[in-house]
Write a protein that binds this ligand. Structure first.
Ligand SMILES: Nc1ncnc2c1ncn2[C@@H]1O[C@H](COP(=O)(O)OP(=O)(O)O)[C@@H](O)[C@H]1O
Ligand SMILES: [Mg+2]
Length: 219
């Protein structure tokens, strides 16, 4: 399998970028793929800090910190030996140059966004300004969706259809199991699922991972 680099981004914070990288990396590693997660966000709540809490040996994927755009020239060498490389990017406009550098070396881009009306326009603008110009295939992944509000998902899908932006069929529902996992320093997809909601939460990312793998398989 050739190495595929997947950047997960959105200028907004708290939209599930780090969670998505951690869960998708976990699911893909569990299928036997060699997975590296690159933490490009050195701020608090970063993937590196999270994995530091879990203990490096407890994750099925490797982790590397890379926050200097000038180090990106060597990324293909770092990526060698891995089937999949996920990049967790910082959510701040000030870091757009770094994100842009990652987008340019990526094979696929996943833009995570919440389904609230106020999140959609900024996500659309972000794609127009930063993601689309990089010229890489991309898709939107809807996250933190409150399943008690079915219309929100439908409206978000209609919005992105209107502006002609692809959206994954799978959607990540909002579950406190994610925040709990974060606090416990584990990933939902890797920890024993004692509750129905934790099972559902893990299943959402399993479906998203299947969709992602099929999207990059045709590249
Ligand atoms: N689907 C979800 N449902 C509920 N909480 C979530 C979900 N995804 C992420 N979270 C929580 O929301 C917070 C922010 O998520 P995070 O992945 O760190 O966002 P970002 O990296 O985009 O800033 C974290 O506490 C995380 O555990
Ligand atoms: Mg983050």
């Amino acid at each position: 399998m050739t190495t595929r680099i997947i950047t997960v981004c959105n200028q907004k914070g708290g939209v599930g970028k780090t969670q998505s990288v951690g869960e998708l990396a976990t699911v893909c590693a569990a299928t036997g793929k060699r997975v590296l997660a690159i933490d490009a966000d050195s701020t608090q709540g970063s993937l590196g800090a999270w994995v530091g809490q879990v203990g490096k040996d407890a994750t099925d994927f490797d982790i590397a910190l890379l926050t200097d755009p000038s180090d990106l020239d060597g990324i293909r060498e770092i990526a060698e030996g891995y089937d999949l490389v996920f990049i967790d990017t910082p959510g701040s406009r000030a870091q757009n140059d770094l994100v842009d550098a990652f987008l340019r070396v990526s094979d696929f881009v996943l833009v995570t966004t919440e389904t609230d009306g106020m999140s959609l326009e900024p996500a659309d603008r972000y794609i127009d300004e930063l993601v689309a110009p990089a010229g890489k295939p991309y898709a939107v992944l809807l996250t933190k969706w409150d399943a008690r509000r079915p219309r929100k998902e439908a409206r978000a899908r209609a919005f992105f259809e209107e502006v002609d932006k692809p959206v994954f069929k799978s959607v990540i529902r909002s579950y406190s199991a994610f925040a709990d996992a974060y606090e416990d320093g584990v990933f939902v997809t890797s920890s024993p699922r004692r509750t129905v909601t934790a099972h559902n939460a893990a299943s959402d990312y399993s479906k998203a991972a299947v969709e992602l793998l099929s999207a990059i398989a045709t590249l």
